[in-house]
Design a binder for this molecule. Structure first.
Ligand code: ADP
Ligand code: MG
Length: 349
């Protein structure tokens, strides 16, 4: 655990170090885990009399109440382009995995996924083409409606986290199944899944669906770890055998996970597998060594071999007993200096 801590990974208990080695599949949340989680607005399109800036401002006034990364992207963009008016948004409501609603200047507005809009009975037919084009680029499209009609859309792009491709490739080579889970739409999920190179992906998942998928994975693969940041994935983190949380994540996630990767580096995952294997090996070593040592030492200390002139004075016996503990502790402490060798050939064992 000290070794991992020096590399920026914090464990909530020693047992989890052993659990890692049994993991057969890892579910990754997309936003904030496989991607950087600092999405940026790339396009604003309007469908009524609002200008692009007005639409962005309207969206930002509402989203300033949300903690979602997409909301942050919209607010940041509005502030940067100097259009943010900060008008009050009242009766704010957020539905996890779907979007937000609020009333601004007496008009009931919604911001959310195309699916959420359809569920509200809002016609999005004329936006389909723009939606498809942006989603085909791996972007997330959120729609904005006013008084039940579609006012416009905001396309938001997030980048794949540096090192994610390599980390996933190595995990796959080590025989770990990788699955991406996201509440985002099918099309951009597919694009991002291809970019990072996961074995499978599931899109359009509500937070409760993520829990079901983790449960299915547990049935299929046995031990399953979930890596997330806690924005709409805390229940799934709690449902997995091992919840691994990105340090930039939410407080609930850090609370519900068992391992926290403080520096957000996905390459640490691989190192954890190595460290886990090494620690288990060390436990087995120590156990066999202590067993053999005591098998020989205790009968001598107990005086069984006195007839053969082989005995220990009590103080020497006590010293020998302590030596057994000390040697095991020292052997274990050598793990502190262990540096995982992450070259792929070595990793496959
Ligand atoms: P992910 O699984 O990728 O982390 P979420 O479950 O957080 O995604 O969100 C799923 C979808 O719900 C988003 O792609 C977006 O369309 C919509 N959504 C959620 N929260 C908001 C919000 N505050 N504003 C706009 N759209 C939102
Ligand atoms: Mg998320």
């Amino acid at each position: 655990m000290a070794n991992a801590a020096k590399q920026g990974t914090v464990f909530k208990g020693g047992a989890y170090l052993e659990t890692i080695d049994t993991v057969k599949a890892i579910a990754f949340d997309k936003t904030g885990t496989l991607t950087i989680g600092r999405p940026a607005v790339t396009d604003v399109v309007t469908f009524d009399d609002l200008t692009g800036d007005e639409l962005l401002d309207l969206a930002a006034c509402i989203e300033s109440w949300s903690g979602h990364p997409l909301a942050a992207a919209i607010v940041r963009k509005a502030r940067e382009s100097g259009t943010f008016s900060g008008r009050p948004a009242v009766q704010f409501e957020e539905t996890a995995g779907r979007g937000v609603a609020a009333t601004v200047d007496g008009q009931a507005c919604r911001i959310g996924s195309p699916r959420a809009m359809l569920e509200q009975g809002i016609d999005i037919g004329h936006a389909e083409e723009t939606i498809a084009r942006n989603e085909g680029e791996g972007r997330t499209v959120v729609l904005v409606s006013r008084d039940g009609t579609l006012a416009g859309l905001v396309a938001i792009a997030d980048e794949v986290r540096p090192g994610a491709v390599e980390a996933l490739q190595r995990l796959r080579r080590a025989g770990v199944r990788t699955v991406m889970l996201t509440g985002d739409n099918e099309r951009s999920a597919r694009v991002i899944a291809q970019r990072v190179g996961v074995d499978e992906y599931r899109a359009q998942l509500l937070p409760t669906d993520k829990v079901d998928v983790v449960r299915q994975l547990r049935e299929r693969y046995g031990a399953v770890a979930m890596v997330g940041d806690g924005i709409n994935d805390s229940p799934a983190l709690a449902q997995s055998h091992l919840g691994i949380v990105m340090g930039s994540g939410t407080d609930i996630a850090i609370e519900s996970g068992q391992i926290v990767i403080m520096n957000n580096r996905l390459s640490r995952l691989l190192a954890l597998f190595e460290l886990s294997k090494k620690s288990i090996k060390k436990i087995h070593h120590n156990f066999s060594y202590a067993f053999a040592y005591n098998l020989v030492g205790i009968p001598i200390a107990a005086g069984l071999f006195i007839p053969y002139n082989l005995s220990l004075r009590p103080e020497m016996a006590a010293l020998a007993m302590s030596l057994s503990s000390v040697s095991i502790v020292l052997n274990s402490l050598s793990l502190r200096r262990f540096r995982p060798n992450l070259s792929p050939s070595k990793f496959i064992s």
